[in-house]
Design a protein around this ligand. Sequence first.
Ligand SMILES: *[C@@H]1O[C@H](CO)[C@@H](O)[C@H](O)[C@H]1NC(C)=O
Ligand SMILES: *[C@@H]1O[C@H](CO)[C@@H](O)[C@H](O)[C@H]1NC(C)=O
Length: 199
Amino acid sequence: MLPQHFLTLFFFLLLSCNTLTSTSLQSLEKQETFDFVRPIDRKLLSLNKKEKLSHFRFYWHDILSGKNPTAITIVPPPLKLNTTTYFGSVNMFDDPLTIGPQLSSKLVGKAQGFYASASQDDFGFLMAMNFAFIEGKYNGSTITILGRNSGINKAREMPIIGGSGLFRFARGYAKATTHWFDLKTGDAIVEYNVYVFHY
Ligand SMILES: *[C@@H]1O[C@H](CO)[C@@H](O)[C@H](O)[C@H]1NC(C)=O
Ligand SMILES: *[C@@H]1O[C@H](CO)[C@@H](O)[C@H](O)[C@H]1NC(C)=O
């Protein structure tokens, strides 16, 4: 190794040592101010603003048929159970969310998650999904839904249990109404009206 290489190496080491000590100092300081939990000012998380209530409306496209389905059965209904409700089956989906009922209308995000048949007597699905938005300032923010989707009811209501980005601390509910359903394929277009409190 040439002497100047040694020097460079030395400086690199020196630099990394410096950054190491400064970061460990910073974390030490943090540890001094709080140990495990502390109350914090709302302002630190920009939560001093007034909570807003927003109404979003979009269409959810669940496509099981064709070469490019957006929803697939990952757990088929167990054969030993003789139910007509698909009890025990699970479908995973990555469904387009559009402004209008046509799939060709503007895409505002995706609904990603699964629905699982959780009822033996009637159509009742456990719905677990995230709305992952790409539209405008909501790009990158998500809303999380967990609830019961009764399937046959005209309007189904599911709770919003939280969110990320602009939807941190979100709460509210989503109302799903079937816009179109193909009995043969199971393909569906569902209108979602989402009422959400957020900052
Ligand atoms: C399933 O249930 C139906 C009626 O509920 C009955 O007619 C049929 O024989 C049952 N099939 C099996 C495999 O048990
Ligand atoms: C959303 O954000 C991602 C990365 O942050 C960016 O690549 C993408 O183009 C954005 N989409 C829209 C529709 O603005």
